[in-house]
Design a protein around this ligand. Structure first.
Ligand code: IMO
Ligand code: MG
Length: 389
């Protein structure tokens, strides 16, 4: 097998520039696949000065003839999907025979977004995107989730929506918004939405494995980043899926034995949106300067991103758990004008030096970054086109 089956994954807390790199690399691939997450992702692509933010459809879609697949590991809000398809259609991009979506992906229903907002209004705030991601995965792992394949038997689907809504009202009795929902209306709305997109759905695990046997090159596009991973991230300040490369297998049905490269995306500094520990976070003018030059505002929620120096302890950890074979470093030009640039090489914890990334967020909260300071390059590399330069 000579074809490239590569995973592209974020190595920080998301927003590393995955969309741009996928768009740049797409010409080397025949197929681009999203394997986890949902419309919490915001992948920004700028073509000829025109900016498009994609939340669900893989960032490869702007490359002619490339096939895009949304895998079983994702969670899909049908409304967000329809909006995105229409946006691309308006741009003259026809998705017929170019977009395939797994029937096994779970559906985000209106009640999931309501629960996301209820959870966020409590003390244990995570700072989610409120797109219903966590509550949908919660239903998935509780074995009552609703998949697009449930449309194969509509009477069972109708019954599942009714049972799920009843259950959720019983555990969130204080929510008027939930009480106002009616399962028949939910079913009817979903059915109308599905009728507009049903042609895209199939068992994509068969399709992807057929592509592999035909010798096609496949790029698996992760959303979010390693430090937001449900297992390896700063739990509970994480997203509810597996952005690390392992998630690319369970989220698509592509077996680990065929994956032959992992491209890690790293920003030259660090950002984070939402709550949770962030050892190299800057609260001073330098942090503000990075945010200003780097235009660090969330592509999905518009929230300002927290900014800080590059954390090599966290990065080495992300490289190990992803099995990274290549790194793409993004936004180094944001640092072009800085007199000094710092890199965190170790942490200090209770007067001891450590170089592993703690699992416990309260321990991570306590570590002090140990920095090496470098003189800034104070020049622009934007016209540099050769490696030696
Ligand atoms: P891309 O793909 C940055 C963060 C949220 C919050 C936490 C949980 O653009 O890199 P969720 O809505 O997923 O339950 O929120 O995860 N988060 C992201 N941060 N980039 C993203 O995606 C993110 N998707 C989720 O801010 O802290
Ligand atoms: Mg983002």
């Amino acid at each position: 097998m000579n074809n490239k089956i590569h995973v592209l994954a974020g190595l920080q807390w998301g927003d590393e520039g995955k969309g741009k790199i996928v768009d740049m690399l797409s010409k080397d691939y025949d197929v681009v696949v999203r394997y986890q997450g949902g419309a919490n992702a915001g992948h920004t692509i700028i073509i000829d000065g025109k900016k498009t933010v994609l939340h669900l459809i893989p960032s490869g879609i702007f490359t002619n003839n490339i096939i895009c697949v949304i895998g079983n590991g994702t969670v899909i809000d049908p409304k967000a999907l329809i909006d995105e398809i229409e946006l691309l259609n308006k741009d003259g991009i026809d998705l017929t025979d170019r977009l395939f979506i797994s029937k096994d992906a779970h559906i985000i229903l209106p009640y999931h977004k309501i629960i996301d907002a209820i959870n966020e209004s409590k003390n244990d705030k995570i700072g989610t995107t409120k797109k219903g991601i966590g509550p949908t995965y919660f239903d998935k792992y509780a074995r009552r989730g609703i998949k697009f394949s449930d449309f194969d038997d509509e009477s069972v689907l109708k019954d599942k929506i009714k049972k799920n809504l009843g259950y959720l009202i019983s555990i969130f009795p204080e929510s008027d918004e939930l009480k106002y929902l009616n399962s028949t209306d939910l079913f009817d709305e979903l059915k109308t939405q599905y009728s507009r997109i049903s042609s895209y759905f199939e068992q994509t695990h068969y399709l992807l494995n057929k592509f592999i046997s035909e010798g096609k090159n496949i790029l698996l596009e992760g959303a979010q980043g390693a430090l937001l991973d449900v297992d390896f991230g700063t739990y509970p300040y994480i997203t509810s899926s597996s952005p690390t490369s392992g998630g690319a297998c369970t989220g698509t049905g592509i077996p680990p034995t065929v994956i032959n490269g992992v491209i890690g995306i790293v920003k030259a500094y660090t950002t984070r949106v939402g709550e949770g520990p962030f050892p190299t976070e800057l609260f001073d003018e330098t942090g503000k300067e990075i945010a200003r030059i780097g235009v660090e505002f969330g592509a999905t929620t518009g929230r300002p991103r927290r900014c800080g120096w590059l954390d090599l302890v966290a990065l080495k950890y992300a490289v190990i758990i992803n099995g990274v074979t290549e790194i793409a470093l993004t936004k180094s030009d944001v640092l072009d004008t800085f007199k000094e640039i710092k890199l965190c090489t170790e942490y200090e914890l209770d007067n001891k030096i450590i170089n592993t990334f703690p699992s416990n967020p309260f321990v991570l909260q306590k570590v002090k970054p140990v920095y090496r300071t470098f003189k800034g390059w104070n020049t622009s590399f934007s016209n540099t086109s050769t490696y030696d330069n």
